[in-house]
Design a binder for this molecule. Structure first.
Ligand code: GUN
Ligand code: ZN
Length: 454
């Protein structure tokens, strides 16, 4: 059998007819950490509202449904979109700048970059660039930290609203221990966050959601953390997003600053900041009581292996947390993570573990469905099921040099392995959120390149 992709262009634009559109190709659908459904001659069928109508073998689907539009994708893969559980929008221009642990890195590269977001022109340019790049990387859902600036965060929401990404986002809050130009009063921090939440939380049938976002324990007073918990509880369905136990130096400072709490996690927990819809990035240096508490309260972790490599922060206790039933997905943590692509993050998740082997299927699950479960969104997204919303990507694993031309004829386990360990964003041919195409190679050809505005 010869390997072939369709000779004709993808034609992923708006369907010509109303009704059902079948994306016909090789569908891979994660089910659990160990299992996935595999339809080599498959299809994902989406209605005009972006809801999944069917997934399975095309022949079987055709017997049951009247298909109004067909998108022939040959041997290309159709998978759920990636979910990035922790990323910083304003740090995108600082990719690849390291050589220091967390705290000096923040001082040298990050706080100066975030200070520039007092300028609306800069803020708008970076936000548009960031959300287009997320789509180009196949990330359909991102949990995003912005800066302390209300106006810049408002613009970031407007960009995501227009470009079509699914986003959980919040204005960073810092009320102490930061450069003067990035400090705000506790009242402003809460009022500005609440105003943004009122305006954007739930936008477009919950495509945009709000997260109350104190940066980390060191940049908040105890009273600010308490007020944050109140604001979070006052807005049903909103999230709480922060950093937890990343670097050893940070953990020591937290222990000194908040000496009457048992652990770093307890600084948040004792102030009401734990539970369903809480997202903690990193969570490297935890003790057993912390692990039990995270599991019991159904809190979520964003595991950011590329960042942990880059800043030499330590190793996430993958096995221990998984066995304890703690919910976690993957995060790029740009710019401490040097790349936005979840392909990079998946492979680093395996490489950073000194003993544990993570299978490609498990890594793909972590980058998709596990993220949705962590965010309590698995009833809507994360994999393909009738009634869920169609957030998906089209991947051509042969789009990168060095990947065998016959790759698509190999067993699906091998295809997944090749994707995880040799893949990058060049393999992404199109990205869809709720059935709407937010990036495609065709569009890229028109735009020539998405270049850095700064
Ligand atoms: N801890 C507090 N702020 C940050 C940040 O911007 N990046 C990372 N990786 N950790 C943090
Ligand atoms: Zn971070």
């Amino acid at each position: 059998m010869q390997y072939s992709t369709p000779a004709h262009p993808l034609h992923l634009g708006k369907p010509e007819n109303p009704g059902y559109t079948a994306y016909k190709g090789h569908v891979i659908n994660p089910i659990s950490a160990q299992a996935y459904e595999d339809f080599v001659n498959g299809a994902l069928v989406v209605d005009e509202h972006g809801t999944i109508v069917a997934v399975g073998n095309y022949e079987d689907i055709q017997k049951e449904h009247k298909i109004d539009n067909v998108r022939e994708l040959g041997t290309r893969l159709i998978t759920p979109g990636f979910m990035d559980l922790h990323i910083h929008l304003p740090q995108f221009p600082q990719l690849g700048k390291s050589g220091q642990h967390l705290l000096p890195w923040l001082e040298k590269y990050i706080y100066p970059a975030e200070s520039r977001f007092s300028d609306p022109v800069h803020s708008k340019a970076i936000a548009d660039w960031f959300f287009k790049e997320l789509a180009r990387n196949g990330t359909t859902t991102a949990v995003v930290m912005t800066t302390v600036h209300q106006e810049a965060t408002d613009m970031a929401f407007a960009s995501a609203a227009e470009i079509g990404n699914r986003v959980i986002m919040g204005k960073v809050m810092m009320t102490c221990n930061a450069p003067a130009q990035l400090l705000e009063s506790e009242r402003d921090a809460i009022n500005h966050s609440s105003a943004l939440c009122q305006k954007w939380h739930g936008y477009d049938n919950d495509r945009l959601l709000y997260a109350f976002t104190p940066r980390f324990a060191l940049t908040s007073s105890e009273s600010h953390l308490k007020e944050t918990a109140k604001a979070w509880k006052q807005h049903p369905g909103s999230y709480f997003h922060t950093h937890l136990s990343e670097s050893e130096e940070e953990v020591k400072l937290v222990a000194q600053t908040f000496s009457d709490h048992r652990s770093y996690l307890d600084v948040y927990a004792d102030n009401g900041l734990i539970g369903v819809n809480s997202i903690f990035a990193h969570a490297i240096h935890l003790d057993n009581a912390d692990v039990v508490k995270l599991s019991k309260t159904q809190s979520a972790l964003a595991h950011c292996p590329s960042s942990n490599f880059f800043l030499k922060s330590g190793v996430f206790a993958y096995d221990r947390l998984e066995k304890a039933g703690v919910k976690f997905g993957l995060g790029s943590d740009v710019a401490a993570g040097p790349q936005m692509s979840l392909f990079q993050v998946m492979k680093d998740a395996n490489y950073i573990q000194p003993q544990t082997w993570l299978s490609p299927a498990e890594l793909f699950y972590r980058a998709t469905l596990a993220g949705a479960i962590a965010l309590n969104l698995e009833h809507r997204i994360g994999n393909f099921k009738k009634g869920k919303e169609a957030d998906f990507i089209i991947i051509d694993p042969t789009k990168k040099s060095g990947i065998a031309r016959n790759m698509m004829l190999q067993p699906t386990d091998e295809i997944l392995s090749s994707l995880v360990f040799s893949g990058d964003e060049r393999l992404i041919e199109a990205t869809f959120v709720r059935g709407h195409c937010i990036y495609s190679v065709e569009q890229k050809a028109i735009e020539a390149t998405i270049s850095s505005p700064h």
